[in-house]
Design a protein around this ligand. Sequence first.
Ligand code: PHE
Length: 346
Amino acid sequence: MQILESVVSDFKAELQTITKTPDLLNLKAKFLGKQGPISEVMKNLKDATVEEKRLIGARANEVKTAIEELFSAKMQEIELQEINEKLSKDKVDISLTDSVLDLGLQAAGFHPVTLVQQEIEDIFISMGFEVLDGPHIEDEFHNFEALNIPATHPARDMQDTFWFADKKHLLRTHTSTIQVRGMLERKPPFRFVGPGKVFRCERTDASHEMVFHQLEGMMVGENISVGNLIYFMKTLLTEIFKKEVEVRLRPGFFPFVEPGFELDIRCLICGGKGCSVCKQVGWVELLPCGMVHPNVLRAGNIDPEKYNGFAFGLGLDRLVMMKYGIDDIRHLHSGDLRFNSQFKSF
Ligand code: PHE
């Protein structure tokens, strides 16, 4: 009986020093196991009287229950503590910012074409234009027919087209396809731009690539004039280059505009002296444009008697080259990180 009386307090005393699950299990085995004090007492009971057996047995059971309860409480306490420890260790610091640079990682950045495209989109959005998208894979209707370029028209040779095997689908050769989709989806008056990749089967050189970027623009309403067209084009170029750039307007032929123009800017790479980018002429063709041809309006379900408009197809890559002083268009798709990382990062 004496032994039993001290068991619970002994257990409590040792329990206080314990912080880990395995130690707790060992302690429980030590007190309640075959070699433990309770088992010892029970083994010695064989010589006791029936009355002694009853009293001591009942007490032993109480002690056992008390120890088991203390054990479970401590177990819960340790488990909770272990969960909290694990949580604080696994914590992710979402406020981590430019320390990625300290880790020697390179910060990502936007491609120069993306930077300029976003800048131009913002300029046009501020002038009330929508920004539209269109598919790279097109059909003859959207790339040619609706743009007043019938199958027999020699203008189809102007653009070396990547055709699909079905001879019906192609990779769009210009973003003018977005004009067609834009017209069919809305009623005048409207104004939108449509940037994107275009594809032509061409020999590459310092100013030609097979995959390049255009930004189409279209404005349709009543009484739109060449003056409106020139105003928007000049605003665009001044905002982009942050200074007045020298421009010149030449007549240009595109079946989908009448009259059509070529808007050139004085080459900013060589200042007009002549270089590989401006093909030694000092001027760079940047902005073909013109007044939308009545046939194009008709194909877009618009009455040319009532409405007219202008359209332009900005050569984005050339603009990027002028803006950043890049002397070869092939750098843009080189994927060379030494090139890409020179532009603004996030
Ligand atoms: N789509 C023409 C091209 O790719 C450019 C253009 C667009 C010309 C709109 C006039 C008006 O060359």
